[in-house]
Design a protein around this ligand. Structure first.
Ligand SMILES: [Zn+2]
Length: 179
């Protein structure tokens, strides 16, 4: 499942192969451009005031997700953090035409980066409030720590990707056993 919040959280990138290399992709113009285009966000790079604020925002959300994944409940301070990020979102209904008739959608009056952060917070808050938290996972490869939503039928996925981290972990386990 593609979620804007998970894409954003995974901008804290680590080399899953275990080189120890990691990257704050919020500092990479290429990555930000890809992110803004993918989610059709009304913001541009030149308008970022301080990438450290954006990084701090991401790291706060990431900490919340990491202990949610570990089965811990949200603290009052986390709820307050979400509500502060959501408060400017205020939306209003808009009528538009579709192929089969009319539809009513909620549109936000916000624009630019305040909209981007509010939308990410909304997406994650919806996931925490309405999603199946047992499906919210962090890749079992401790070098990777990619956040994902496990859509497998039995909720048994352990790795972000069976071909990359899955294979690597199987090979490591095999080597350990045969030492
Ligand atoms: Zn992984």
């Amino acid at each position: 499942m593609e979620l804007i919040s998970l894409d954003f959280l995974n901008s804290d990138w680590r080399d899953w192969r275990g080189s120890g290399r990691h990257e704050n992709r919020l500092e990479k113009a290429d990555w930000l451009e890809w992110f803004l285009a993918k989610w059709d966000l009304p913001a541009d790079l030149s308008a970022i005031r301080d990438v450290r604020d954006l990084t701090l925002f991401r790291d706060s959300l990431r900490t919340i997700v990491e202990y949610t994944v570990a089965g811990e409940p949200l603290r009052d301070a986390d709820i307050a953090f979400f509500n502060e990020a959501l408060q400017p979102y205020s939306s209003y209904p808009q009528l538009s035409r579709t192929e089969n008739g009319l539809q009513l959608t909620q549109v936000s009056a916000l624009n630019g980066w305040p909209y981007v952060t509010a939308r990410i917070a909304l997406d994650l808050a919806e996931l925490l409030a309405k999603g199946d938290l047992r499906r919210l996972k962090m890749c079992d490869n401790s070098d990777c720590r990619w956040i994902f939503y496990d859509q497998s039928r039995n909720r048994a996925a352990r790795w972000c990707d069976d071909k990359c981290c899955g294979n690597l972990m199987k090979v490591r386990r095999f080597r350990k056993k045969n030492k």
